[in-house]
Every structure is written in structure tokens, then in C-alpha cells.
Design a protein around this ligand. Structure first.
Ligand code: ASP
Ligand code: MG
Length: 351
């Protein structure tokens, strides 16, 4: 029997602020089978690297050195070779897309070394793995895509390695014709789901500092509700219409594999994305200059509001500065917060 494995991805704030919770989750998951970990850069580091790719600001470089060294010293991790390589790379100043992706790759390469060392310190036999040796890419620098066929033989080796170690794989990057390339901003989630498919994982877990998918952005709409179950279709449509909790590409590779979104700090509750789910609407938005487009996924109209009916959603355009109050108001109407009645339940059942 082939023992199935899971893929768990930790976001940039997990590695920076919630190391301990991440370690506990890894221990818990290892109890139930094998595991491949995917990791993002520490929070804010990709931004700093982007600045370095525009101008070699050595203060920015020093701040990257400092924030990683503090963690590395505490853990006893060896990151000096990577830091020296980054310094040499920045000094080369090429300002082209190949060079930019190379500079950006250091965030994930550093955090993978840190997380692997942290796991080793807990007695877990972890190794950091550069996705350059696993994920073969196609397309363009800055927004490459996974070439599944060409990646498969390398994934088979990763699966072998996961028999007696926990590979900690760099998110966001891979191998484009021998060069390191990135998958686009936020691409680590896509790394996790692509590996999920290549490894035929039983589940892909995406751990971050938000609990999961809500009926609206909870930072703007305090009354937003957390989905415990959501269908892939509804999540994908919401992601395409601006929902930030999930990059739309993440869902592409994993037809049939359950995706779980959760909060690293408190991982017992989250959102399961699979074949079925709650039929609640989702209020998303996208800004465009001075305007904001609000989309209500899963309804055909919003009483009292003019807008346009799309396929599977209703959209309303407002001025950008009104966005937050209007989002709250629309969320309130859709969920009928004032009366508490389930006015919309019939409609939800239809869509
Ligand atoms: N570190 C990369 C970014 O900030 C990838 C990711 O976080 O998913 O875009
Ligand atoms: Mg990031």
C-alpha cells in the first residue's frame, strides 16, 4: 500500500511570528502520515527584495541580513552562504526579469533553511529543498507556471525523500530552463497545490494568519462569517472576483484533492474547500482607480441596489472611498442582519 502524504504550506507570518504553532502542527500531522512542507518568505521580505531589484539599497540588504540572522542565531541555522550569495547578486545589477526573479528567490530560500533547522531542533528529521530541483516551469519569468509532466520525475524523488525526512520546500520559485523563476506574487500557495497534485496528496493545507474564507473581508466587514465548508467552484469564482484569501491559480491543479485553509496560531478551525459547501453568498471587491467594483457571488440581485447580473454573481460599482461602509451595508442586506430572518435561504438554494 502506498502511504499517502499531505502538503502543508506556511505563510510568511507563520515563520516570522508563529514558529512554535507551526512546529506543533507539523508534529500533529506527522502522527497521521508523511508530510511535505512548503514555506513562503518571512513576512515583508519579498517586498524588500523587490526594492533591491529596483535599486541596490544596502540599508535594505542589511535589514534583510539582520532579521534573518536573529532567527538563525537562535536556531543555530547556517545562512551565511545564502546571504553572501545575495550580496554578490545584488552587486551585479542586471535589472532584467531573470535577475529580478533570482533576487526574489532568496526570501523563500532563506526561510526554508530556517524552518528546516527549527524542525530538526525539535527532533524532526527535516531537510530544506530548493524547488528549483523539483518544479520544472514554463512561461515567463515573474509569472511562470508549473510544467506537470516534466516535474513528475522530480516529484517522485521528493516523495521517496519524504519517507524518512520532512522536506521543507521553497514556495514561489522553480526552474525555468535552468534558471530560477518565480510564479508571481502570492505564488507559494500555488507551489503547495502543484506539489499536492504531483505527489497525489490526500490533502493540501494552507496555513496563514487568517482563519480561512469568509463571506466578506473580515478586516472591512466585522460581521463576516467564516465558511467551514465551501465548494471549489464558489471559492474559485470568488477568488477570480478579488477575494484575497486564495489565489485563483491555487485551485487549478487540485481537482479532487481537499484544500484546507487555516490559521497557524490556532489551527483547529478553518475552511475546507472540496466538492461541496455552504451556499452562503460571498461579497468581494476589486478597486480600479477611483472606483470600486463589489461582487456578490451566489446571488442574482441585491434588493435596493442597482447593479449588473453576471454569471453566478451580482456586481455593484461605487466610489472607492465609500467601499468599506458599502461593503458592510451590502453584507448586512444579503445576510439580512437586521431582522435575523433567512429571507435569502431560498435563493441560496437555487444558485
Ligand atoms: N513571498 C512571495 C510573495 O510575497 C510568495 C508568497 O508569499 O506566496 O509574493
Ligand atoms: Mg510572501
Amino acid at each position: 500500500m502506498i502511504e499517502k502524504l499531505s502538503v502543508v504550506k506556511f505563510g510568511g507570518s507563520s515563520v516570522k511570528n508563529h514558529f512554535w504553532s507551526a512546529l506543533k502542527l507539523v508534529e500533529y500531522l506527522l502522527d497521521g502520515g508523511r508530510l511535505v512542507v512548503v514555506v513562503s518568505a518571512l513576512r515583508g521580505v519579498t517586498e524588500k527584495l523587490l526594492r533591491l531589484s529596483e535599486w541596490p539599497d544596502w540599508d535594505v540588504y542589511e535589514s534583510i541580513v539582520l532579521e534573518h540572522s536573529i532567527i538563525a542565531d537562535r536556531l543555530g541555522a547556517e545562512i551565511d552562504p545564502l546571504l553572501r550569495e545575495l550580496e554578490a547578486a545584488v552587486a551585479r545589477r542586471r535589472y532584467d526579469p531573470v535577475w529580478r526573479d533570482y533576487i526574489l528567490s532568496f526570501g523563500e530560500r532563506l526561510s526554508a533553511v530556517l524552518l528546516a533547522q527549527a524542525l530538526k531542533n525539535e527532533g524532526i528529521p527535516a531537510v530544506s529543498v530548493d524547488a528549483w530541483s523539483v518544479l520544472m516551469l514554463k512561461g515567463n519569468f515573474g509569472s511562470a507556471e508549473v510544467d506537470f509532466e516534466r516535474s513528475l520525475p522530480h516529484a517522485v524523488k521528493l516523495r521517496e525523500a519524504a519517507r524518512d525526512t520532512v522536506p521543507v520546500v521553497t514556495g514561489f520559485i522553480g526552474n525555468l530552463n535552468g534558471r530560477v523563476a518565480t510564479l508571481g506574487r502570492g505564488g507559494s500557495d500555488y507551489t503547495a497545490s502543484a506539489l499536492g497534485r504531483l505527489l497525489d496528496a490526500r490533502a493540501v493545507l494552507i496555513m496563514s494568519d487568517v482563519r480561512g474564507i469568509y463571506t466578506a473581508d473580515p478586516r472591512l466587514v466585522p460581521g463576516a462569517r467564516l465558511f467551514h465548508f465551501i465548494s471549489r467552484e464558489r471559492a474559485l469564482l470568488a477568488a477570480k472576483l478579488g477575494m484575497k484569501a486564495l489565489h485563483p491559480r491555487t485551485l487549478e491543479p487540485i481537482d479532487g484533492i481537499p484544500l484546507i485553509l487555516g490559521k497557524t496560531e490556532d489551527w483547529r478551525l478553518g475552511t475546507l474547500v472540496s466538492d461541496f459547501g455552504d451556499e452562503w453568498p460571498i461579497v468581494t471587491y476589486r478597486t480600479e482607480g477611483e472606483m470600486a467594483h463589489i461582487f456578490v457571488v451566489g446571488v442574482e440581485e441585491v434588493p435596493g441596489w442597482h447593479g449588473k447580473r453576471g454569471s453566478g454573481y451580482f456586481s455593484i460599482t461605487v466610489e472607492r472611498e465609500e467601499l468599506a461602509p458599502v461593503l458592510r451595508e451590502i453584507h448586512g442586506v444579503v445576510f439580512d442582519e437586521s431582522s435575523g430572518s433567512r429571507h435569502y435561504s431560498e435563493l441560496w438554494a437555487r444558485v
